[in-house]
Design a protein around this ligand. Sequence first.
Ligand SMILES: Nc1ncnc2c1ncn2[C@@H]1O[C@H](COP(=O)(O)OP(=O)(O)OP(=O)(O)O)[C@@H](O)[C@H]1O
Length: 256
Amino acid sequence: MIQVKEVSKSFHKSSASNQVIDNISFEVKKGEIVTLLGKSGCGKSTLLNIIGGFTTADSGNVFVDEHKVTRPKRNCITLFQHRNLLPWRSVQKNVELGLEKEDLSVQERRVRALNAIELVGLKANAQQFPHELSGGMQQRVAIARAFAMKPDVILMDEPFAALDTFNRYHLQDQLLKIQEKEKSTILLVTHDIDEAVYLSDRILIMSAHPGKIYKDLKIELSKPRDRTTNDFHYFRKRILDEFELSGIQNPMEYMI
Ligand SMILES: Nc1ncnc2c1ncn2[C@@H]1O[C@H](COP(=O)(O)OP(=O)(O)OP(=O)(O)O)[C@@H](O)[C@H]1O
């Protein structure tokens, strides 16, 4: 569904050039959830913006559903961390926003929006306005707006980063349920290792300066996943080891 082929990108500032992405290639199959995981500044958002058609690569190409990406398209929606809800529109009208350019009757648009709102558990809040909702609820509205459009691909740039643990876990579960129902393809950016292991079929681990993918890790755990199992911890540890963050490598060295 997504093909990234030999993509490179540099940013130029006065005479200096900063290579952010170096010759990255990977594929995401239809219905997969794949995560780009890496430290701050390694180029995750830049890569996602290139795939979404918001930024142009210096070299290489991106294809979504076999069509070359040259600009944002409605079959590939980007969900940013900032929810971008319009404060003067109700929840329902915010969700309908993405459908207004579609060839749908008013009634069809309404039904599509209300179905998506129900999927994220906000049926009772459809006529409320963003300022009347919590941050987590607003984020659910943004997710409903993306899903209402029934895109082939959803690109998510740290969509849950601003939420507390309870809301984050809850929304991760809802995302998995909706994704299973809609069979959407999701490419997610995060630096939350737990989130990556919980959601992903594969995790692409990035290194920085310049950004490269140095590991494509398949998470061979059935869904829904249990964060407390040894299998889950096994994958968390494998990733922590990649970043040399497991803590004491050899406890004997620390004994007197
Ligand atoms: N428009 C831009 N102009 C100049 N430099 C940029 C631009 N966008 C990103 N960069 C630089 O590219 C590098 C990668 O940024 P990017 O936002 O892609 O990283 P990231 O991995 O998503 O980081 P974070 O996890 O902190 O969001 C950074 O050094 C950043 O300063």
